[in-house]
Structures are given as structure tokens and as C-alpha cells.
Design a protein around this ligand. Sequence first.
Ligand code: ADP
Ligand code: ZN
Length: 213
Amino acid sequence: MRLILLGAPGAGKGTVAKLLTAVDGSVQISTGDILRGAVKDGTELGKQAKAFMDAGDLVPDELIMGIMKERLQEDDCKAGFLLDGFPRTIPQAEQLKTLLADLSIELDAAVNLDVPRDVILDRLTTRRTCVGCGAIYNVKSMPPKVEGKCDKCGADVVQRDDETEEAISNRLDVYNEKTAPLTDFYRNEGMLMDVNSTSSDTVVAAIKEKLGI
Ligand code: ADP
Ligand code: ZN
């Protein structure tokens, strides 16, 4: 399947994407994970992105489009892909449309995960992330078996730099201003699928039903 996952930070895009990869081998492409990897590795991209990310601001469109143009042409994308955290602005969505047309790739849908703001805030402040493999935990509902250590790879499980209260509030403002308009964009393209459930399993079931798989 080839999907765009839309929704506020904390709406569950990453969790849903991971579940969907198990359905048909489509790959999850998370621009946030790619950027965090670049910061950790100290690459040129990472150096350019870090300050924006720590403040909860968006990284410039040119940087993101450069990453995605290459990523979408890698071999594993032939099995399908789940775009998690991209596009994030109208210019990114417009440029993605051109890029996909050039590559003769057709999307199945843009799925909007519509989750209430109080649920989002609660999830983001209690979320913890593995620095090694990116696995997501929650101190309340899904803590790692050993405190602070990843069940899967043993690396440290930490609160992200952009998950302070101030950065979270900025991320939600940025989302409302720059990313929320994408639902109208994809509605106009006839591609929008709205799902309002806080259960990832329910969201996955709805997507499978819609795509007939
Ligand atoms: P979230 O949990 O807020 O959805 P992500 O892990 O997707 O966060 O992204 C973390 C940060 O990486 C964002 O706050 C932003 O700085 C940057 N980022 C990720 N994807 C994009 C994008 N498509 N455009 C611009 N910035 C991005
Ligand atoms: Zn891990």
C-alpha cells in the first residue's frame, strides 16, 4: 500500500505505520526518524536540522524534499510505503505531487488520524523514545520492562529534546498553522480518509477495509 499518514504530533502515525508494515511489507518512512538519525550521526543534514527540531519548529522544505526525493527511489519502496510525518506543509504536498507524478507512483489514500487535543497532550508528555532503534514507550501505559532501557535493543529510552512542555506546545501550534490545512488539500484531491479513533488497531482495521485487504 502507498499511504500518507496525517495527524497531529502524538496522533499515532508512527504506531499505525509500524502495524501496517506487518500487513503487506510496505516500509515506514518517518522524516522525524531520518532527521533524528542524522542529528545523532552528526551529518551535515543533522547539523542543519537540529536547532529547528529542538524548538519544535519545522525543518525547511528544501531539506525535507531533498531527503524524500532520494528515499522514495530506494528499492524497498517498491513494496509500498507509509509516509509518517511527511508532507507537513502545503508546499511539501505540492512538490510531492509533482515528484510522484514524475516517478509514476500513485497513492492509495491520505489517512487523517483525528485525535482529541487532551489525549494528544497526555500522550506527548508521557512518551519516551529509544535512542537506538526508535521504539516508542509510554511511562504510564507501556513502560519498558527495565526502566530507561529498550526491550528490543537495550539502548537508552529517553524523553525527546522536543518533548518539553514548551516545545510540545509550539509543535501543536505549528501543526495547526502549517499542517492541518493538508486535510483540505487531500480532500480536494479526492484522497482523504478521515479516521477518528484513539485505538491504533481500529485505525488499521479501517484502513484495511477501505483498501480491500
Ligand atoms: P511528531 O512526533 O511531532 O510528529 P516527528 O518525529 O515526525 O514528530 O518530527 C520531529 C521533528 O522533525 C519536527 O518537529 C520537525 O522539526 C522535524 N520534521 C519532521 N518531519 C518534517 C517535515 N516533513 N517537514 C519539516 N520538518 C519535519
Ligand atoms: Zn531500541
